[in-house]
Design a protein around this ligand. Structure first.
Ligand code: NAI
Length: 392
């Protein structure tokens, strides 16, 4: 099947690389000729790098490069079976794009968006045939990140999400199906990893280095929240938090932090600008955590309780299935354990007790326990029954 990709920036180019390696002829279009040239050169360089590392045979790399067809001409998309957009995150631009695409593609062509913060329904609404529209949310960099969130909109025809799941699996990626709700799975469930860590910092409970140490050394996370926010960039990370907060009609649970906003206003974007929570200037002193386990576990359990609560609430609200939630957070963003399995290991009653104690102390909605967590704790049930663990 020929696949069309519109927008050849960071995401579009990465996705095009995945698809040509998986064997699809790909038409790649961008409104800026410079962006298209840069994307083609970047994909070819990446393919050469894969060959040099022995991860791709030279003939396979040559064949993949030959499948890539850059074009500035939308009618070249006429034979596509799937068209995916990765253009600027702007509703009007995406809607106009799909109006233009529908004028050239066949009725059976599937249309997809890589949006991370707009609703899939709102983009699909511009289409004449919105039933063939779906979200396909890749992560950056697309060739390296395994997870793809498949997001059917209210208009999407039944069965299309499952068809996309099979297709994405064929690309060697890990598909999960998420409801068309703000942040889908990962960008929603991960919010407390950042938000609660910043809150601990703001309250003076610990400094950034100590919180990062607790989450990595005691919790097993690959990166601590502050190092990770500096790595992602505060411009990107703050924007995601803002969009999830607005998407939930300003539910205070997702409220962005003033501390992070100030970093952004100061131009402290993180690693890319040389300064974020940490200073990356040459010779800057290395962060020195206070390696106090009592304090460290207090930090870990507070952040973890909120993460688990978010995952449980996503399950309760049918944002995704239990197994897709676990896959998204472990294989997608490398959490050391699935959050539902972690809830089981700690005991739902214990996690609930932590949350209720926090709620009692602060009287803030961010510590509001999910009714499902309360139900599981009351009935002494596990999220992942032991017989399923044994089968896995
Ligand atoms: P980018 O800015 O790197 O690339 C966007 C490209 O689209 C540019 O080359 C631009 O020239 C082109 N473009 C803009 N309007 C166009 C139009 N009407 N027709 C043709 N080309 C057009 O952006 P990036 O980071 O690749 O993001 C693209 C989409 O992917 C956005 O919707 C974003 O929210 C989403 N996304 C981004 C992720 C990231 O980490 N960067 C992760 C997952 C999704």
């Amino acid at each position: 099947m020929t696949i069309g990709i519109i927008g050849s920036g960071a995401m579009g180019a990465g996705i095009a690389q995945v698809l040509v390696v998986a064997g699809h002829p790909v038409r790649l279009l961008d409104q800026h000729p410079g962006a298209l040239e840069k994307a083609v050169a970047g994909i070819e360089a990446n393919l050469r790098r894969l060959v040099a590392k022995g991860q791709l045979a030279p003939e396979a790399a040559g064949a993949a490069a030959a499948r890539l067809c850059p074009t500035a001409y939308l009618p070249d998309f006429a034979d596509c079976g799937l068209v995916l957009e990765a253009v600027v995150e702007d509703l009007a631009a995406k809607q106009q794009l799909f109006r233009d695409v529908e004028a050239v593609v066949a009725a059976a062509c599937v249309l997809a968006t890589n949006t991370s913060s707009l609703s899939v329904a709102s983009i699909a609404a511009a289409c004449q045939r919105p039933e063939r529209f779906v979200g396909l949310h890749f992560f950056n960099p697309a060739p390296l990140m395994q997870l793809v969130e498949i997001v059917p909109a209210v208009q999407t025809r039944p069965g299309l999400a499952e068809e996309m799941r099979a297709l994405v699996l064929g690309w060697g990626k890990l598909p999960v199906i998420a409801q068309d709700t703000p942040g889908f799975i990962v960008n929603r469930v991960a919010r407390p990893f950042y938000g609660e860590a910043i809150r601990l910092l703001e309250e003076g409970i610990a400094d950034a280095a100590t919180i990062d140490w607790a989450m990595t050394t005691l919790g097993g996370f690959r990166m601590g929240p502050f190092a990770l926010m500096d790595f992602i960039g505060h411009d990107v990370n703050f924007r995601v938090t803002e969009s999830v907060f607005a998407g939930f009609f300003f539910d205070p649970r997702y409220r962005p932090s003033i501390t992070q906003k100030r970093l952004l206003e100061a131009g402290y974007f993180g690693r890319k600008s040389g300064r974020g929570f940490y200073d990356y200037a040459p010779g800057a002193p290395a962060p020195a955590p206070r390696q106090d386990e009592t304090l460290g576990y207090l930090i870990l359990y507070r952040v973890l309780a909120l993460l688990i609560n978010e995952a449980v609430d996503a399950l309760a609200l049918r944002v995704a299935s239990c197994s897709d939630l676990e896959l998204a957070m472990t294989r997608g963003v490398n959490y050391p354990h699935g959050l539902l399995a972690w809830a089981d290991a700690l005991g739902p009653a214990r996690v609930l007790a932590w949350l209720d104690a926090l709620y009692e102390e602060y009287r803030e909605d961010r510590y509001r326990a999910s009714p499902l967590l309360r139900k599981m704790a009351r009935s002494n049930q596990l999220f992942i029954p032991l017989e399923r663990v044994a089968q896995a």
